[in-house]
Design a protein. Structure first.
Length: 309
């Protein structure tokens, strides 16, 4: 899929040292069109520093960031014409309407027409409220207006720093689906920083994990192709014996077991458990979470704890 395309963003040997302290250490990363990449790491890992350098707000000590082939460090304006940035709580003029705010921000770019402004307004679903003052907007609507602002000049690359801070669960869900459709329909490459594992898991195709200024992992978020089920029955010892006799390798999980099995053979298995005289308490599909994967990957060590914060 997207990985076979040319990267739209490349971080090459990005390092930053401030007063003798190494904050970023030789970061190399490629981002692709149509993909949402999560940037995950514990507090102080270096996420904001990386993002500031990607957006040209801070100079790296060494290394370079390329966006659509243009260097953010050496060809700033050309690179920025392809970048949209949303930082936490985007600055808006509350006493002006959403529309007037966008007109104001549109002046910072070349060639943003009124039609383009309205197109972006529709894209983020604000058409019914765009002529009302921003002061009357909910936080979710303000986030969407921020997104509209960042999209005005049709950037190929969108950077979001902790975008859902302060949103309620419904607002987060809504924002997430906008981002996904933006990547899928418009082919925008999106880079989202967060320290929330669960958020990244739902929003992203791919995650890059940073710790102590170093990129420690990059992985695709694939649906686990092998289906699993959780099953719980008493006595547990007997359940294990039944599962093993059917060729499963049951993994203990809470009061039950996880087995690798799709939904087709579950009714048959349930019949055997009941026929064996066991009390059945639960059978449900089980999907591995990112946290499970980290624990498997790290043996439950420091990284899993750090990213789970
Ligand atoms: N101007 C600076 N001077 C000195 N140290 C700095 C400066 N800016 C950042 N740091 C340090 O660099 C490290 C990385 O900070 P950064 O803000 O990039 O982390 P982060 O991953 O964004 O963390 P958070 O999730 O807490 O925002 C931290 O240890 C921070 O204290």
């Amino acid at each position: 899929m997207a990985n076979q395309a040319e990267p739209i963003v490349e971080l090459k040997h990005l390092s930053k040292t401030i007063r003798g302290k190494k904050i970023l250490d030789d970061l190399n990363l490629q981002l692709y069109p149509g993909q949402v990449t999560g940037f995950l790491g514990p507090n102080g890992a270096g996420k904001t520093t990386t993002i500031r350098m990607m957006a040209g707000l801070m100079k790296p000590t060494s290394g370079e960031v390329f966006v659509a082939g243009k260097s953010v460090q050496n060809d700033f304006e050309a690179a920025m014409s392809n970048i949209g940035v949303i930082v936490e709580n985007p600055e808006m003029y509350k006493y002006m309407t959403g529309y007037k705010n966008l007109v104001h921000f549109a002046r910072m770019h070349k060639g943003v027409t009124k039609d383009r402004i309205m197109e972006v307004v529709r894209q983020v679903g604000l058409e019914n409220r765009i002529h009302e003052k921003v002061g009357t907007y909910s936080l979710g609507m303000r986030q969407r207006l921020g997104l509209a602002q960042a999209l005005l000049h049709n950037p190929k690359f969108l950077i979001l720093d902790e975008p859902t801070n302060g949103l309620d669960p419904a607002g987060i869900r809504e924002f997430r689906s906008y981002l996904r459709s933006l990547a899928e329909k418009a082919g925008v490459s999106i880079f989202v920083s967060s320290h929330l594992l669960s958020e990244i898991e739902l929003m992203c195709d791919r995650i890059a994990v940073i710790q102590n200024g170093k990129l420690i992992d990059i992985r695709e978020m694939k649906e686990d192709t092998r289906p699993h089920h959780y099953i719980e029955a008493l006595p547990a010892k007997q359940l294990r014996a039944i599962l093993e006799s059917k060729g499963y390798e049951p993994a203990e999980s809470g009061a039950g077991f996880i087995i690798e099995e799709g939904v087709q053979r579950i009714p048959e298995l349930v019949k055997s458990v009941i026929a064996g005289g066991l009390d059945l308490y639960a059978v449900r599909p089980h999907r591995k979470t990112l946290e499970d994967e980290f624990i498997e990957m790290t043996g439950g060590g420091q990284i899993a704890e750090a990213v789970a914060k």
